[in-house]
Design a protein around this ligand. Structure first.
Ligand code: URA
Length: 209
């Protein structure tokens, strides 16, 4: 579990508990996800490189530090990943955004890609993949496999919730990919849902059930 970062700040834990409640409305769920994603962005960007920038304060010239947001790409795994994007972009508004669409083939149960759109020059960028739930790990692994072909400088994976099975699968396939999560729940059920979890993240974000 060396490459797993559990973000257990009290604000994160508090908001996550509110989101898990089955009676949280769609708008409450979405608002909390937005706030939580902003808080998680704070941890995920902790080791981002800084550049010296000369600026004028009202009193004198100084050398300040700034991050180059354009070098960062948030990659959303559709559709639930989009729920995390806005909160991340609140704090890194200059970041680029990529999207990966995957569905599970009903016969083979393997993830099949139906959409993939990334910014140019990925080899100069650091990638942060976002998906609220790291459950079986199949989509995460497929997304990382595909992204690695573009040779980005680094890849991190951010989720709200995961479980031992999801962590083990992603770490086995991609031990170099750091996982950031607000909680590690007990287990997966036979339908691939996380227990106790929060249900279907996409349905809860978009109100589709
Ligand atoms: N995807 C979800 O939306 N919820 C889970 O519990 C697992 C995967």
């Amino acid at each position: 579990m060396s490459n797993v970062h559990l973000i257990d700040h009290p604000l994160v834990q508090h908001k996550l508990t509110l989101m898990r409640r089955k009676d949280a409305s769609t708008s409450t769920f979405r608002t909390l996800l937005n706030e939580l994603s902003t808080l998680m962005a704070y941890e995920v960007t902790r080791d981002m490189p800084l550049q010296d920038v000369e600026i004028e304060t009202p009193l004198e010239t100084m050398t300040g530090k700034m991050i180059d947001g354009k070098k960062l790409v948030f990659v959303s795994i559709l559709r639930a990943g989009n729920g995390i994007l806005e909160g991340m972009l609140n704090v890194v508004p200059g970041a680029r955004v990529g999207h990966v669409g995957l569905y599970r083939d009903p016969k083979t149960l393997e993830p099949v890609e139906y959409y993939f759109k990334m910014p140019q020059e990925m080899e100069e960028r650091d990638v942060v993949i976002v998906d609220p739930m790291l459950a079986t790990g199949n989509s995460a692994i497929a997304a990382v496999n595909r992204l690695k072909k573009l040779k980005p400088k680094s890849i991190k994976f951010v989720c709200l919730l995961t479980c031992p099975e999801g962590i083990a699968a992603l770490q086995k396939a991609h031990p170099d990919v750091a996982i950031y999560t607000a909680a590690i729940d007990r287990q997966l059920n036979e339908h691939g849902y996380i227990l106790p979890g929060l249900g279907d993240a996409g349905d809860r974000i978009f109100g589709t059930k």
